[in-house]
Structures are given as structure tokens and as C-alpha cells.
Design a protein around this ligand. Structure first.
Ligand code: PSU
Length: 307
């Protein structure tokens, strides 16, 4: 811990020292997942939601050679205003280079998990994890988020994997990697903007206390790795699969025609879907992040209780 380049905000530092509940938040969703100024409003509102629930938010990003755990409002605003091509999108592979060169980096699910674990934070809330991209049998494009869930002991609350991905293949890989995929409160896996995916959930849990107990049990068993809590978007905010699927397919087709590849695929698709749904996809995305932040806070509160 002494040698790790972590810089805690006073709020997060106090909470961790006092064993109070903390929820990690990522920064790629701010820089590459949503346009300004909605990204800034989202980041601030999500932090507030976590505080209202009784936990402390810790937004994570790399700046000036340090991993910032908990950002000041000025830092949050600076990040939200920076164009995506001026911020590194950090996964496990890029984290050390970004720190060593003093560049600014936004953490994806994988990098946020690594930083949260280094900081001693066990719960992390986001929108949707990365996964197996459609056409991965040709491109081999599989997000490092999946491998990270298999090795880093953090509970990640998301609305499933983003529906732009090949969801059945994503769940297959998670199963192979031994990652518990827990649907919250329903028998089916959610599909990001939609509550329903048609895919049965491998595991289901209905209460934050149980999820916290399962995380502790994994540690006791020495299993390592995290767990994914797939939390369905609230009914009033969802876009049904029937509605969103044709839009996703059109965006995917455009990405292929334009030769969009690697780390640019997800931001390109999210932006095109935003345009084609006239902003509805963004409204839903923000609502599901809020919903995940609430559940993340409740799980963190359970985890902070003595076992
Ligand atoms: N959740 C969202 N929007 C996002 C992301 C999550 O609602 O943009 C980010 C996360 O940082 C995740 C990344 O790790 O998208 C996945 O990107 P890729 O598919 O390129 O691995």
C-alpha cells in the first residue's frame, strides 16, 4: 500500500479508515461513455445518490502520475470536459504506462476494479461491463473486463453487459472463467437498456445482505476473483429489446462499414445509438447507473457490517 501511487480524497480516506461503506465509480463512462454536459451531471448525481443511501462515493481516475480515489468537483468537471481522444481509456494493460508517463487516464471496469482493490474498496457500481463483441469469432475482440472479474475480488454492480455485445457469448465466457453472475431480483439476465434478455440467469439473489455474504464466502474459500451483480433497469426507464435491437444492428453495420475497431467500437456505437434514439438511450443509461449506484451502496453497507 505504501508504494502504490494512490491519492485519496479526504472524504474517502476518512470513510476507509473508519470502516464505513465506500462504493467505487469508474471514469471511462464519463469520458468515453456519455457526451458533455450530461456526463458531468450524471457523475455528480450518482455520487449524491450514494451519499443519500449512506455510503461514500469514490470516483477513480489517473491524473499526474497518481491514481485518484475520490475526485474533487473541479477534477470531475475537468475530466468531463476533456475530449475523449485526449484521455487514455485504461484497462489492465495501460494502467502502468499511463501512471509512469504522467498522462490523464479514465478507468474502465477492469482498471477500476484493480484500483478499487488496491484502495481497499470491495464494491463498484457502473452502467454495463464490456464483454464479447459481436463478430468476435473473426475479430477476437473480447473486453479485458471479463478476465478482471475472474481475478480481482470486487463486487461489480452493472445492468448486465452492454447490449451492443454478443450477450450469450459474454455469459459463456464468464461461466468458463468461474465468475458468479447474479441477477438481482429476477430469473433472467437483464440486457442493459432492457430488463429482459431471454437468457436465464445462472444465479439469482434478492437482497444486498446475501450478496455481501457471498463475497465474504468467496474470500473464505480462497476462490479469488469478483462477482457480477446484474441489476435490471427500472421498468419506467427501460427501452424494450424489440425497440432497441434494430437500432443496435444499424449502428453495428455502420461501425463495420467505417472500419471502427478496438477501443473505439464501444464509444462509437453508444454515440450512434444516442443519435438514432434521439437521446433516449442516454436517459436510460443514466437511470440504470443511478439504480446500480443505489444497489452498490446497499451492498457496501452490508459489507461494512461486522460478519
Ligand atoms: N458503462 C456504461 N458506459 C460505458 C462503460 C460502462 O454505461 O461506456 C465503459 C466501461 O468503462 C467498460 C467499457 O469497461 O465501457 C467497455 O469498453 P470496451 O467494450 O471497449 O471494453
Amino acid at each position: 500500500m505504501i508504494d502504490t501511487p494512490l491519492l485519496f480524497s479526504p472524504e474517502v480516506q476518512q470513510a476507509l479508515t473508519g470502516n464505513r461503506p465506500v462504493v467505487a465509480l469508474e471514469s471511462t463512462i464519463i469520458t468515453h461513455g456519455m457526451p458533455y454536459p450530461q456526463n458531468l451531471d450524471m457523475a455528480r448525481d450518482v455520487e449524491q445518490t450514494i451519499r443519500t443511501e449512506g455510503a461514500v462515493p469514490a470516483t477513480i481516475a489517473v491524473m499526474d502520475g497518481q491514481i485518484h480515489v475520490g475526485l474533487t468537483d473541479e477534477a470531475l468537471e475537468r475530466l468531463a470536459r476533456t475530449p475523449p481522444d485526449e484521455v487514455m481509456k485504461l484497462s489492465r494493460a495501460d494502467l502502468a504506462v499511463c501512471l509512469a508517463t504522467g498522462r490523464t487516464g479514465a478507468t474502465t471496469v477492469a482498471a477500476t476494479m484493480i484500483c478499487a482493490h488496491l484502495a481497499g474498496i470491495a464494491v463498484f457500481a457502473t452502467g454495463g461491463i464490456g464483454g464479447v463483441h459481436r463478430g468476435a469469432e473473426h475479430s477476437f475482440d473480447v473486453s479485458a473486463d471479463l478476465q478482471e472479474l475472474a481475478q480481482t475480488p470486487v463486487t461489480v454492480v452493472a445492468a448486465g453487459a452492454k447490449a451492443i455485445l454478443d450477450l450469450p457469448k459474454t455469459w459463456e465466457v464468464l461461466e468458463t472463467l468461474g465468475v458468479p453472475v447474479i441477477a438481482y431480483g429476477q430469473d433472467e439476465l437483464p440486457a442493459f437498456w432492457s430488463r429482459s434478455s431471454g437468457i436465464p440467469a445462472p444465479l439469482r439473489m434478492d437482497d444486498p445482505a446475501g450478496i455481501a455474504a457471498a463475497a465474504r464466502m468467496r474470500a473464505r474459500l480462497g476462490l479469488g476473483g469478483g462477482q457480477l451483480v446484474a441489476n435490471p433497469i427500472p421498468p419506467e426507464d427501460e427501452i424494450t429489446q424489440a425497440e432497441i435491437l434494430p437500432v443496435i444492428l444499424k449502428a453495428l453495420d455502420e461501425a463495420q462499414t467505417q472500419g471502427v475497431a478496438a477501443k473505439s467500437v464501444t464509444p462509437f456505437l453508444l454515440q450512434r445509438i444516442f443519435e438514432m434514439t434521439e437521446g433516449r438511450s442516454l436517459t436510460s443509461n443514466i437511470a440504470l447507473v443511478q439504480n446500480n449506484a443505489r444497489l452498490g451502496a446497499r451492498i457496501a453497507i452490508e459489507m461494512a457490517k461486522p460478519a
